[in-house]
Ligand binder design. Sequence first.
Ligand code: HEC
Length: 121
Amino acid sequence: MTLISLVAMLSLTALLNAAEHPAVTILKTHCVSCHGGDAPVRNLNLSTREGALRGGDRGPAIVPGDVLESFLYRTITHAGDLKMPQGKPKLADADIKIIKNWIEDGAPWEAPAESKGAAKP
Ligand code: HEC
């Protein structure tokens, strides 16, 4: 697949899932290729909230409301030995921030109402 068609596919996916939280889009873009599908790496399925909470072989990936207890967050900040996404550059600081705020907000899978384009009073 060419890079162009990959980008086109990703933006189409973003459009179709307009209501998903931006943090979920980041996980889908950078993580689900390995941590998703029928045989997710280390049994960690980041394509659903349930899968992210259950985590992989090492235990829960996300603890809603507690970023320091969230193993996933340690892997993307390269705070420990396990550095994700594996074999790829570290996520952009802005993306890491979005994930941090998202975990602190309880890791909702859907976008907050105000970013769905709802009219403001
Ligand atoms: C290219 C494939 C690949 C991508 C992309 C990838 N990972 Fe991983 N991930 C792995 C592999 C392989 C392991 C197991 C490494 C090990 O145990 O030494 C792993 C393990 C993990 C674990 C620990 C799972 C457990 O319980 O043992 C977490 C958490 C994790 N990844 C998060 C992420 C996140 C978050 C992203 C996206 C930012 C990501 N990974 C992207 C390959 C990948």
